[in-house]
Design a protein around this ligand. Structure first.
Ligand SMILES: Cc1cc2nc3c(=O)[nH]c(=O)nc-3n(C[C@H](O)[C@H](O)[C@H](O)COP(=O)(O)O)c2cc1C
Length: 205
């Protein structure tokens, strides 16, 4: 298989960009994710699937708390991709200057975003380098009004749109980060256990 030929298909499967918030032992964290999909056909019982890489600080927090919130970003929130998605909560208090409230499932909900889903994990699957979390959506809202002459709501921010607008030096920084993570994934992705779990180096979240 020539994997470069299918890259456009794979690229189209990413979701709009979400700031994934979590809270565990009185500490809050946020990361960026695009590996999200709807996972229920029952409108009044919405579910999502979220994939989180095991090396992320958020992984231990979501695994331990059994909850997360998806805060989808607006087109004017490009800067949050860098501040939430390029650094780890192990090294920085990423929500320090961000306004949020705690939602029904205990997760931080950003006051400024396109819309949010507050979720409780109901099951998980080990993916080797990542965990797939299946979650009930317990609360959610779309924020802001439809604006402009047309009265049509702006779409949320997608990675394919964002990467065209990010400064070149940010993209270089991202390419360096993802290259390192790809190497870690290559070494872990076939180590799939029967149940999801924390590997020893993540036990403290
Ligand atoms: C555009 C973009 C998409 C991302 N998608 C995901 C994703 O779907 N799942 C994931 O676990 N990490 C994803 N990441 C990476 C994390 O956001 C990043 O590694 C972050 O620094 C982890 O933070 P943490 O260690 O505080 O949890 C993405 C990053 C960016 C910039």
């Amino acid at each position: 298989m020539e994997y470069r030929r299918i890259a456009p298909i794979m690229g189209n499967l990413w979701s709009p960009i979400a700031a994934v918030t979590s809270r565990w032992q009185e500490r809050s964290n946020v990361q960026i994710a695009v590996a999200i999909s709807a996972a229920s056909i029952v409108p009044e019982k919405p579910r999502v699937i979220l994939q989180i890489y095991k090396t992320n600080h958020s992984h231990g927090m979501i695994y331990n708390s059994g909850a997360f919130a998806l805060n989808f970003l607006r087109l004017d929130q490009l800067d949050l991709i860098k501040s939430f998605g390029f650094v780890s909560g192990r090294d920085q208090e990423k929500l320090k200057d961000v306004s949020f409230r705690l939602g029904e499932a205990g997760n931080p909900l950003l006051l400024e975003c396109w819309g949010y889903l507050d979720c409780r994990v109901v099951n998980a699957m080990d993916g080797g380098d990542m965990t797939c979390f299946l979650a009930d959506v317990v609360d959610g809202d779309i924020l802001g009004d439809a604006s402009g002459d047309t009265g049509v709501r702006e779409p949320p921010l997608w990675w394919r749109e964002a990467r065209r607008r990010l400064p070149a030096e940010w993209m270089e920084e991202w390419d360096r980060k993802i290259a390192g993570e790809i190497e870690v994934s290559k070494s872990l992705m076939n180590e799939i256990g029967p149940t999801p779990g924390l590997t020893p180096w993540m036990k403290d979240g």
